[in-house]
Design a protein around this ligand. Structure first.
Ligand code: GLU
Length: 333
């Protein structure tokens, strides 16, 4: 009987299993929409057999910018059913890089398991010269199969580096080192000697220690993101309210400053019961809950990117509509 860990593989699409027109197609492959067939990604990585016993589980394959909330909810159910049936010690999810950090944070907040769940992508398609996906996938399997990865929340492993699903963000369109923890750094590495090494641990509660359980949900509350810029007049905020948003994240200028016209639109939205969360378009650093925000019943995003704040606000809205309670969630997670 093999001592190798059992790793389940869920392929959700993205660049890692995409096929370009030739080895120099590093950019147009997404438009062609060609992918490896079921089993082909694994077949091209025979070295995995010495790392883990990998079993592929079916899931729909999409570019990651095509995902909707329902895909996340189904993914959560798929992950739980694999663990509930004890089919794996850890799970690797391949995913497009455009929204991988949103999925990673969503899983970090909603999975009810200690077992490792590692999400991985590639910056170059499977057919590319120096395709990064194969080693990324092999490293992700190492991380998912390593007992030291237990209890660390949903992880993102790319470019030999392991990040918390909460902290990681994409910082470049094409570079293989696109993923960074910015202010917060990585947790560890899947390194050149084949070892998985951790140096840091997130103090933010995750997985089994959050109040969010979406296993029975078919949808999430609508939350939109509105970006500020010189002259923004609030039309996008009114449109979000008209579309039925229950929450709006402001990707404000600087330390969280919408324009005066946007502030008026946010006040109008708030009067209708929409929760307003003030964030920033800057890319790093906290947005703090000033006395003015408290007075208006608005929430501050802490150091979450606006699209990650959207994830947390949607989940918080499944529990409460009280701005102070929602701020507690932002202070906590
Ligand atoms: N780099 C890819 C693109 O935008 C990512 C695709 C994805 O996230 O599915 O072309």
């Amino acid at each position: 009987m093999s001592k190798l860990p059992r790793v389940a593989l869920i392929i959700t699409g993205g660049t890692i299993d995409s096929v370009g027109t030739d080895r120099l197609d590093l950019a147009w492959y997404i438009e062609a929409g060609k992918r490896l067939n079921t089993g082909e990604l694994l077949a091209q990585l025979p070295e995995l057999e010495s790392i883990a016993r990998v079993e592929e589980f079916p899931f729909r394959r999409l570019p990651s910018h095509a995902l909707v909330d329902k895909d996340w909810l189904d993914l959560v159910r798929t992950i739980h059913s694999i663990f509930d049936d004890d089919r794996a010690d850890g799970i690797v999810i391949t995913h497009g890089t455009n929204t991988i950090e949103e999925t990673a944070y969503f899983l970090n907040l909603t999975l009810k398991t200690d077992r490792p769940v590692v999400i991985v992508g590639a910056m170059r398609p499977s057919s590319a010269l120096s395709a990064d996906g194969y080693l990324n996938l092999l490293n992700a399997a190492r991380v998912a199969g390593d007992p030291s990865s237990r209890g660390r929340g949903a992880l993102l492993a790319m470019n030999d580096t392991i990040y918390s699903g909460r902290d990681v963000t994409k910082t470049a369109t094409y570079r293989v080192q696109a993923f960074q923890g910015r202010d917060l750094g990585p947790l560890g590495y899947s390194d050149a000697d084949g070892k998985v090494v951790y140096y840091h641990q997130s103090v933010k509660p995750h997985t089994v220690n959050t109040e969010f359980d979406v296993r029975d949900r078919q949808s999430l509350p609508r939350v939109d993101v509105v970006v500020s810029y010189v002259g923004a007049d609030g039309a996008m905020i009114d449109a979000a309210v008209a579309a039925g948003a229950r929450g709006i994240i402001s990707a404000g200028t600087g330390a969280g400053r919408p324009t005066p016209a946007e502030d008026e639109a946010f006040n109008r939205a708030s009067k209708k019961g929409v929760i307003i969360c003030i964030g920033t378009r800057v890319g790093s650093g906290r947005v703090v809950r000033s006395p003015g925000l408290v007075r208006r019943g608005f929430v501050a995003s802490d150091n979450l990117q606006p699209w990650k704040a959207r994830v947390l606000l949607a989940l918080a809205l499944t529990k409460t509509s009280d701005p102070d309670e929602i701020q507690r969630c932002f202070n906590t997670y």
